[in-house]
Design a protein around this ligand. Structure first.
Ligand code: B4P
Length: 191
């Protein structure tokens, strides 16, 4: 199995590139943001819990996101070609949990794509999307909070994956096709 993690700040292009990676490499796309938004739309108990965290730009508690992910992977681990994990893990406890889940099926993280984009461009992209997305967190206040949360809780994962030897920096600035070409080259190198 090949397990690709895409890592980057809000607005770095994780969702956009993950969809193409899934299609080109035949991987299952797991976006914890999309799953949570679906739970909110369906007003499940998880959705009701998650909606205020997301609106404020905070992370949903680790135990809830890990349980949700375990549920989504159930029956698939070891049976599909691989996964592209988009927006998970976002904290060190989540990274440890993913490692344990994969290890139970003799799998591991193959590569971590680290999309780098300057902060002013992240804000520009998210405000632009906010004009049409209807997302509760695509407004300036929530975006600023998401960036603080990213810097405090998610950024330390770079060092975690650097130590594991899987972190692969990708320039996330520029044309989407050019970024995808760099990503494809990186994934090809671990296939
Ligand atoms: P996500 O849905 O993961 O949202 P995000 O990090 O803000 O990134 P997103 O995928 O939307 O943006 P992208 O980089 O694709 O999470 C939302 C919330 O859910 C979190 O804040 C948190 O509350 C919760 N959550 C999710 N996962 C969690 C977890 N594991 N633990 C706890 N809580 C969790 O960029 C998108 C924009 O940039 C698009 O408009 C796109 O068109 C544009 N773009 C992309 N590439 C571009 C390029 N090259 N040039 C110009 N624009 C580009």
């Amino acid at each position: 199995m090949i397990n690709v993690l895409i890592f980057g700040a809000p607005g770095s292009g994780k969702g956009t590139q993950s969809a193409r990676i899934a299609q080109t490499f035949g991987l299952e796309h797991i976006s914890t943001g999309d799953i949570l938004r679906k739970e909110i739309a369906d007003q499940t108990s998880l959705g009701i819990l998650a909606q205020d965290y997301i609106k404020e730009g905070h992370l949903v508690p680790d135990e809830d996101v890990v349980a949700m992910l375990e549920h989504h992977l159930e029956g698939k681990l070891g049976k599909v070609k691989g996964f592209i994990f988009d927006g998970f893990p976002r904290t060190i406890p989540q990274a440890d949990a993913l490692k344990r889940m994969l290890a139970r099926h003799d799998c591991e993280v193959s590569i971590v794509l680290d999309l780098n984009v300057p902060e002013d461009e992240l804000i520009r992209r998210l405000l632009e999307r906010g004009k049409i997305s209807g997302r509760s967190d695509d407004n300036l206040e929530a975006i600023k909070s998401r960036l603080v949360v990213y810097n405090n809780q998610t950024f330390p994962l770079k060092e975690y994956f650097r130590k594991e030897g899987t972190l692969t920096p990708i320039n996330g600035l520029g044309e989407m096709d050019d970024i995808f070409a760099s990503i494809s080259e990186a994934i090809d190198s671990v296939l």
